[in-house]
Design a protein around this ligand. Structure first.
Ligand SMILES: Cc1cc2nc3c(=O)[nH]c(=O)nc-3n(C[C@H](O)[C@H](O)[C@H](O)COP(=O)(O)O)c2cc1C
Length: 188
C-alpha cells in the first residue's frame, strides 16, 4: 500500500515522529512518501491508501499553516483513510485533566476544519531546553512543571513513546488494508 505522511514542526520532534512512522510503514513492506505540510507542492501521491498528518501544539494551538493545510485539503482527507498524530507535552502529564486537555486539541481541529480523521494518536513530545532561548526555556519550564514533566533545564528530554507510536501505526496500516482490500502485514 502507499501512504502519504505530512508534518508540521517547530522544534523538530513532529518531523522525527513522521520519519519514524515512514520507517515503520516501509519496514512492513509498504511505500511511504513524507513531506512538510508547509511545502505541499512537492507531493505526488494522488491516491494513497492512507494519510497521516503529524503536528505539535505550541501555546495551545497547532501551527497556523498546518490548520490552513487541513482546511484546504479537507475533502481529500475525508475521502481517504486518514489519521492525526497530535504532539503535546500535556499528554505526558500524571493529571487526567491535563491529558484530557491534550485530547481536546484534535477535537478542536476537527471542529475548525471539518476534518474527521479515522484515527488519532496523542504522542508525547520533547523538551529541548538546551536549544531554547531564555524566554522559551522559562516558559517551557513552567509548562513542564504544570504537566509533571522534567524541569531540569540543563538537559533535553524526549518523552515520545516509540512503542505506542508503532502500535498505532500497525493498527492504522491494518485499517487501511481493510478499506483497500490489500494485505496489511509484511508483504516482502
Ligand atoms: C513555545 C512552546 C509552547 C508549547 N506549548 C504547549 C502547550 O500549550 N501544550 C502542550 O501540551 N505542549 C506545549 N509545548 C510542547 C510541545 O508540544 C513539544 O515540545 C513538542 O515536542 C513540540 O513539537 P515540535 O518539536 O514538532 O515543534 C510547547 C512547546 C514550546 C517550545
Amino acid at each position: 500500500m502507499k501512504f502519504f505522511i505530512a508534518y508540521a514542526t517547530v522544534e523538530g520532534q513532529s518531523r522525527k515522529i513522521a520519519e519514524t512512522l515512514a520507517t515503520i510503514i516501509e519496514t512492513r513492506g509498504h511505500q511511504a512518501v513524507i513531506t512538510g505540510a508547509s511545502d505541499m507542492s512537492e507531493y505526488t501521491l494522488e491516491r494513497p491508501d492512507g494519510v497521516v498528518l503529524c503536528a505539535p501544539i505550541h501555546a495551545g494551538r497547532y501551527p497556523t499553516y498546518f490548520t490552513d493545510f487541513v482546511r484546504r485539503e479537507v475533502e481529500w482527507l475525508n475521502t481517504t483513510p486518514s489519521a492525526l498524530v497530535s504532539v503535546t507535552l500535556s499528554i505526558a502529564s500524571d493529571d487526567p485533566a491535563e491529558r484530557e486537555e491534550a485530547a481536546r486539541f484534535p477535537e478542536a481541529l476537527a471542529a475548525e476544519t471539518g476534518w474527521s480523521p479515522r484515527a488519532v494518536h496523542n504522542a508525547k513530545g520533547a523538551l529541548r531546553y538546551t536549544e531554547y532561548d531564555f524566554f522559551k526555556r522559562w516558559m517551557l519550564k513552567r509548562i513542564a512543571s504544570k504537566h509533571n514533566a522534567p524541569t531540569d533545564t540543563g538537559s533535553d528530554y524526549e518523552l515520545t513513546d516509540w512503542a505506542a507510536l508503532e502500535a498505532f501505526a500497525v493498527d492504522f496500516i491494518e485499517l487501511c488494508g481493510s478499506v483497500s482490500g490489500q494485505p496489511a502485514g509484511i508483504v516482502q
